[in-house]
Ligand binder design. Structure first.
Ligand code: ATP
Ligand code: FE
Length: 338
């Protein structure tokens, strides 16, 4: 089975070709334009997708060395995401499925971040059901009970900002360019995590909150800069390390709670923040100290990519879960149980 997959939910235009669970190609055009604005501008994202989608799909087919006539089905991201961005991928996928006369398969982007673990060749292999998924990305922070491929239950999620957003907003306060998450991570690795103390939010159950942290970082930086205008410059690595430690502690505390509640010790993370060195180290420590089995995706399957859409496409193809031609994009697509 060959699946052609398309992802266009936010600011990355991506196409991939899979042969069953194996990724033959995974091509992503990242949109640089948003850097100038310090965040994703929906209108510009949509236009860039329109420009990128045809060349990106061609490149994915070329790299895989697969003629489009051999493609068995087309999978696309239906949501969640930005309407204008989703529309480009959705319309393109529908047209191509009609033109090639092959099935169309809609994919929930958040399911895909979790099911990316079933791509062949992931370093930790594939988890077994049931397992706990933790999706940590630019728009979401969720702990999910994964009972089967398409039977997932959200146990907890953020009540305000997502963890990636917390990283990016903190980075912005420190004067770092967008998206600042990876930069905070980079400096954090060279700094002292105990240099500064930021409060952890008090949120019941398995839910998260990150907006208070952002505010306390802002006030902290404003206060210190009033005393010493070079404070951030002089202490950048220590500030980043302290922010990173606070965020990772928040995530790990909730994960421990989820393990206690469910008795499940298999943990699979997904989403852009899974690329973070702090969470990767913390999980590896938990394998040693707590006997958990943890699954960390390959770097290229952490941030938005079409390969993860393709693996869901393949799994749905096997179950004959096809979509009709009148399907429409769904910006607020909740990760439901079916
Ligand atoms: P969603 O999947 O919720 O719709 P998204 O697709 O925009 O959101 P992803 O592409 O999965 O999000 O992740 C992007 C986020 O990951 C950004 O906020 C970015 O700063 C963050 N990120 C990427 N690498 C790192 C890192 N090493 N450390 C911290 N954050 C990181
Ligand atoms: Fe994503």
């Amino acid at each position: 089975i060959y699946i052609l997959a398309i992802e266009s939910s936010c600011d990355d235009t991506s196409a991939a070709v899979l042969s069953n669970k194996k990724v033959l190609s995974n091509v992503t055009a990242t949109q640089k334009i948003h850097e100038e604005y310090g965040g994703v501008v929906p209108e510009l994202a949509s236009r860039a997708h329109q420009q990128n989608i045809v060349p990106v799909v061609h490149q994915a087919l070329d790299k895989a060395n697969i003629d489009k006539k051999l493609v068995s089905a087309i999978a696309f991201t239906r949501g969640p995401g930005l309407m204008g961005s989703l529309l480009v991928g959705t319309s393109f996928a529908k047209s191509l499925s009609l033109g090639l006369n092959i099935p169309l398969i809609e994919v929930n982007h958040m399911q895909a971040h979790i099911l990316a673990h079933f791509i062949e060749g992931q370093p930790d292999g594939a988890p077994e059901f049931p397992f706990l998924g933790m999706t940590i990305s630019g728009g979401h922070t969720q702990i999910v009970l994964v009972k089967d491929y398409f039977d997932m239950e959200i146990l907890g999620e953020t009540l305000d900002d997502a963890v990636g957003e917390a990283y990016d907003k903190s980075a912005k306060i420190l004067g770092l360019p967008y998206p600042g998450g990876p930069l905070v991570d980079k400096y954090a690795q060279e700094g002292n995590p105990k240099a500064f103390l930021f409060p952890k939010p008090k949120v019941d159950g398995l839910n998260f909150s990150f907006s208070g942290l952002k505010t306390s970082i802002l006030y902290f930086v404003q206060r210190e800069t009033a005393r010493n205008p070079d404070f951030v410059q002089e202490n950048l690595k220590d500030i980043c390390a302290s922010i990173q430690k606070t965020i990772i502690n928040i995530l790990m505390d909730k994960l421990k709670k989820a393990v206690e509640q469910t008795g499940i010790t298999q943990i699979a993370i997904g989403g852009g923040v899974s690329a973070n060195s702090g969470i990767r180290n913390a999980l590896k420590m938990a394998e040693k100290n707590r006997g958990w089995k943890t699954f960390i995706p390959k770097f290229e399957y952490c941030t938005d990519n079409a390969a993860m859409i393709g693996i869901v496409g393949y799994l749905k193809y096997q179950q004959n879960q096809f979509s009709k031609q009148d399907i429409s994009a769904k910006p607020r697509y909740v990760l439901s149980s079916k």
